[in-house]
Design a protein around this ligand. Structure first.
Ligand SMILES: *[C@@H]1O[C@H](CO)[C@@H](O)[C@H](O)[C@H]1NC(C)=O
Ligand SMILES: *[C@@H]1O[C@H](CO)[C@@H](O)[C@H](O)[C@H]1NC(C)=O
Ligand SMILES: *[C@@H]1O[C@H](CO)[C@@H](O)[C@H](O)[C@H]1NC(C)=O
Ligand SMILES: *[C@@H]1O[C@H](CO)[C@@H](O)[C@H](O)[C@H]1NC(C)=O
Ligand SMILES: *[C@@H]1O[C@H](CO)[C@@H](O)[C@H](O)[C@H]1NC(C)=O
Ligand SMILES: *[C@@H]1O[C@H](CO)[C@@H](O)[C@H](O)[C@H]1NC(C)=O
Ligand SMILES: *[C@@H]1O[C@H](CO)[C@@H](O)[C@H](O)[C@H]1NC(C)=O
Ligand SMILES: *[C@@H]1O[C@H](CO)[C@@H](O)[C@H](O)[C@H]1NC(C)=O
Length: 417
């Protein structure tokens, strides 16, 4: 009796095991591990029949998974920027068969010869016709007559002061498990960044920062309050990015963030502490909640510091070819995080000043609503000025107070908590 039952149970288990095994192998005949199988020369992996011209054109991993799992015979498009564009179907494992030359290739061998380079396009004006609307992404050559631009980011760029007002992009839910086996590129400046009297790397050189601050503030003492020339100190201005390299899944997308138009001077001590933690938190949020977030990431105003005469003077890092101050140090960095489906959003604002004597309320452009949510600040002390003081606002309050996104068309009905 007992043994019979057990036997039956065993059979059932065996049966279940087979079903699970079969259904597993049916569900994913191919598996592309984003870090083990892809490199810095891998082709872009795209939906083969998509009409998307933005980030959704890419075949993306779901939240919480570091791989793409494909059905037998499922098709993908493998493309190089302005190069090959071919369909291939999943055979098994990492093997794909190309219809064009009926050859099987291991996905790690599906590569491009040329190095990936971001494309920056002029898309007109923004900020009430004052600034330049730029689109940044990659261009596909579908065939000899059809080109397609995949836009990954929109920028509203101030061409006089050479500073982005904001970047807008989609933060995909699978981003937490994006490609990490690649090196970041140096920033390259497109013609939209304009002519400079110094090259871009020189602008951010510490010696240049010292000279410029000393000239604006009028004393070494005041300069050294903000800037420490010791190589191990974080008191200097770094190339702060609006869209982070790891805000995108694939290297082919990530490299589009390495453009000068995506940078503004941010104190390194803030950048590597609370700002980085906040960015991690936002990516985690997308992953844990399985939602794609719309991000607007930008700058506001110019940081003013006390000079020897006791006046608050605006801080810039360099001059243009006509001697006018350009590349301002922003007073605030901000991020609007928006869930389009729920129509909920929140703004995080960073005070770009590490002076522990500053009064945060002097930098508050809207009412701090951080205490209406507890999901964002588990790993960071947001009120530590020397690590980066961060406060939160309602999207509508913030935009009304600053008008930094005059073309904002999203409807926000609640706080994203
Ligand atoms: C790609 O990676 C290889 C090996 O890690 C490296 O030698 C090469 O410089 C990288 N190329 C680019 C463009 O990053
Ligand atoms: C495919 O490439 C990966 C990485 O280079 C390698 O580990 C794997 O053995 C290859 N698979 C086949 C079937 O050749
Ligand atoms: C990248 O920039 C650094 C300075 O920040 C420079 O030393 C290095 O040579 C640059 N690398 C390339 C490949 O241009
Ligand atoms: C930048 O410099 C080049 C060469 O010096 C010049 O031809 C061009 O007109 C300049 N562009 C701007 C926007 O000043
Ligand atoms: C600069 O700082 C030093 C040390 O803190 C102080 O002794 C000196 O009087 C200061 N100089 C000026 C011009 O404020
Ligand atoms: C500058 O930074 C170094 C290294 O962090 C530190 O030892 C030194 O005390 C700092 N200097 C000043 C004036 O704060
Ligand atoms: C600026 O300097 C003046 C005179 O030295 C001082 O009274 C004032 O408190 C300073 N302001 C700030 C914000 O540090
Ligand atoms: C949140 O902060 C506001 C203003 O700082 C305060 O008036 C309110 O009591 C706080 N609410 C909670 C729940 O702590």
């Amino acid at each position: 009796m007992f043994s019979q039952d057990r036997g039956h149970g065993m059979q059932l288990l065996l049966h279940l095991f087979i079903i699970i095994n079969i259904s597993n192998s049916v569900q994913s005949a191919c598996r592309i591990d984003i870090n083990a199988d892809l490199s810095n020369v891998s082709r872009m992996i795209l939906h083969p029949y998509s009409s998307s011209t933005d980030g959704y054109r890419f075949y993306l991993p779901p939240a919480g998974q570091g791989s793409l799992n494909l059905l037998p015979n499922q098709e993908l498009a493998f493309a190089c920027p302005l190069g090959l564009y071919e369909h291939a179907r999943c055979v098994s494992g990492t093997a794909f068969e190309f219809s064009t030359h009926s050859r099987q290739l291991n996905v790690s061998d599906i590569t491009c010869r040329r190095q990936l380079k971001p494309i920056v396009r002029n898309l007109g004006k923004c900020n009430n016709n004052e600034f330049n609307h730029l689109g940044v992404g990659v261009t596909l050559r579908i065939d000899s007559t059809t080109h397609e631009f995949i836009k990954l980011m929109d920028f509203c760029f101030n061409p006089i002061l050479r500073i982005p007002q904001y970047a807008k992009f989609l933060l995909m839910q699978g981003v937490e498990n994006g490609q990490r086996n690649v090196k970041r590129q140096n920033f390259t400046c497109s013609t939209f960044f304009g002519n400079l009297s110094q090259n871009f790397e020189e602008i951010y050189n510490k010696r240049n920062q010292y000279q410029k601050l000393n000239q604006l503030l009028g004393s070494r003492n005041l300069t050294e309050k903000y800037l420490n020339m010791s190589a191990s100190s974080d008191l200097f201005l770094a190339k702060g990015h609006l869209a982070a390299f790891i805000d995108f899944v694939y290297y082919s997308q990530q490299q589009a963030t390495a453009i000068c138009e995506n940078t503004a001077p941010m104190w390194q001590a803030l950048r590597k502490n609370n700002w980085r933690k906040l960015e991690n938190m936002i990516r985690q949020y997308a992953n844990e909640n399985g939602i794609d977030l719309t991000i607007y990431s930008g700058t506001y105003n110019v940081l003013r510091l006390n000079n020897t005469a006791g006046e608050m003077v605006p801080i810039f890092l360099t001059i243009d070819t006509e001697g006018r101050n350009i590349v301002p140090v922003p007073q605030l960095f901000w991020k609007i995080v928006y869930d389009r489906l729920m129509r909920q959003g929140i703004v995080f604002v960073l005070i770009n000043n590490h002076d522990s004597n500053l009064t945060p309320s002097h930098y508050e452009v809207c009412q701090d609503v951080c205490n209406r949510t507890d999901s964002w600040f588990q790993n960071l002390d947001r009120k530590q000025i020397q690590m980066g003081y961060i406060y939160c606002c309602n999207v509508n309050d913030f935009l009304e107070a600053t008008n930094v996104v005059s073309e904002f068309r999203e409807i926000v009905v609640g706080l994203l908590t």
